[in-house]
Design a protein around this ligand. Structure first.
Ligand SMILES: [Zn+2]
Ligand SMILES: [Zn+2]
Length: 424
């Protein structure tokens, strides 16, 4: 076999070496370049060892056989230099033949090619898809103020100690449902989250009692003005967000209104997830004043038929750990549902929704790998189905709330316009 030795500096030898340790040639003390034939050496000693092995050279020391090899004198005595090579562990077995070198080069090339193929196969978002995601993110940032400072302009929250003061006078089903619309609306944005477990527990009892709505008194709906303002505010923000969704403004005004009317509460519930706090099951919007428990929401007239599934929904949504990109896409997809009542040009709405759901699926493929992204799209679509039943229950409760003038007068014109005014 041709002993044509070719030196190799293994590409991975660098990793074997602590970068902070000085690299000194074990033969001559010069600056080393890595491991060569099993020892840390400089390029000069590497070449010397390889050539010597290739030639099967036999050297004789002109001195007394124990020369000290340095960077400057390493050429003076080949015998002692080679002896030094062997003594620090350099081995001719580590010298590759031409064939081996070629095979190694081929392997490196092949690995690079495979890497390039893998890179090109990686799913990527198109520029257009990325652009739409950027537009939606910006739309959300412009319409969701996470400082919640605007809440100070709402009618102030009034909380009553229902449990202690009048347990028997718990809000009746009727009264709860009637006032619940407004509170639901508000809840979904941020206050909804206030539905604490304590409330959940107490409210069902109250609801089961047959007390008349009047027995609740105004106190039962003490949170209604504040939460109605919150919902009203949120509706405005949802409208602002919708207008920035690419394609939304190209829809007829009638269809824009139909979509907004039926999805507003659902979008509010979705966006309120940002403030939902799983630790205490509340929607936490800044200060304690604006920290809403289930109990608070029930004091705006909503009952557990809505609040319990709503809290479950918030927890489930939180657990998906959505990226903000996915969160905004989900809101836009929810808004552009072609099957909403009153939509005329369903094909156009469907086209927009399909486009957005394709972007969402592409985003998950590219940016949200398993385990987090596993079945994520399906789970998100399930959340849209959950929202439909929440919306239905909200509607029911709002309707019973809004048939009572003393409650409707606490709402806002926008809330009544969007959710309907049963009185008029
Ligand atoms: Zn050296
Ligand atoms: Zn010597």
């Amino acid at each position: 076999m041709e002993s044509m030795a070719v030196s190799t500096s293994l590409p991975n030898t660098d990793e074997d070496f602590d970068r902070n340790v000085p690299r000194i040639c074990g033969v001559c003390g010069d600056k080393a370049t890595g491991f060569h034939f099993n020892a840390m050496t400089c390029e000069g000693c590497k070449g010397f060892f390889r050539r010597s092995m290739k030639r099967k050279a036999v050297f004789t020391c002109p001195f007394n056989g124990n020369c000290t090899i340095t960077k400057d004198n390493r050429r003076h005595c080949q015998a002692c230099r080679l002896k030094r090579c062997t003594s620090i562990g350099m081995m001719k077995e580590f010298i590759l033949t031409d064939e081996e070198v070629q095979r190694k080069k081929d392997m490196i090339m092949k690995r690079k090619e495979e890497e390039a193929v893998r890179e090109s196969m990686k799913p990527k978002l198109t520029e257009e898809q990325q652009h739409i995601i950027d537009v939606l993110l910006e739309a959300h940032h412009k319409t969701y103020d996470s400082s919640y400072s605007d809440f100070n302009s709402f009618r102030p929250p009034v909380r009553q100690d229902c449990q202690g003061t009048n347990p028997s006078k718990a809000p009746s089903v009727d009264s709860l449902s009637s006032s619940s619309f407004a509170s639901h609306l508000t809840h979904s944005d941020l206050p909804d989250s206030n539905v604490g477990f304590v409330n959940l527990l107490t409210v069902p009892d109250q609801a089961s009692s047959e007390s008349s709505p009047e027995s609740l008194g105004n106190s039962s709906f003490s949170m209604l003005p504040h939460l109605a303002d919150l919902v009203s505010y949120s509706i405005q923000k949802v409208i602002g967000f919708a207008k920035m969704i690419p394609g939304f403004r190209e829809l007829s005004t009638e269809d824009q209104i139909a979509l907004l009317k039926s999805s507003a509460i659902e979008i509010i519930m979705l966006r309120s997830n940002e403030s939902f706090n799983q630790d205490d099951m509340s929607w936490t919007c800044g200060s304690d004043d604006f920290k809403y428990s289930v109990n608070d929401v029930s004091q705006a007239g909503h009952n557990m038929e809505l609040l319990e599934p709503l809290v479950k929904f918030q927890i489930g949504l939180k657990k998906l750990n959505l990226h903000e990109e996915e969160h905004v896409l989900l809101m836009a997809i929810c808004l552009l549902s072609p099957d909403r009542p009153g939509v005329q040009d369903t094909a156009q709405v469907e086209g927009l929704q399909d486009h957005l759901s394709n972007i969402l699926q592409a985003y998950i493929r590219c940016k949200h790998p398993p385990p987090g992204g596993r079945l994520l799209y399906a789970k998100m679509i399930q959340k849209l189905a959950d929202l439909r039943s929440l919306s239905e229950e909200h509607s029911k409760q709002y309707r019973s709330l809004s048939i009572q003038p003393e409650h409707t007068m606490k709402l806002t014109p926008l809330v009544m316009e969007v959710f309907g005014n049963e009185i008029s």
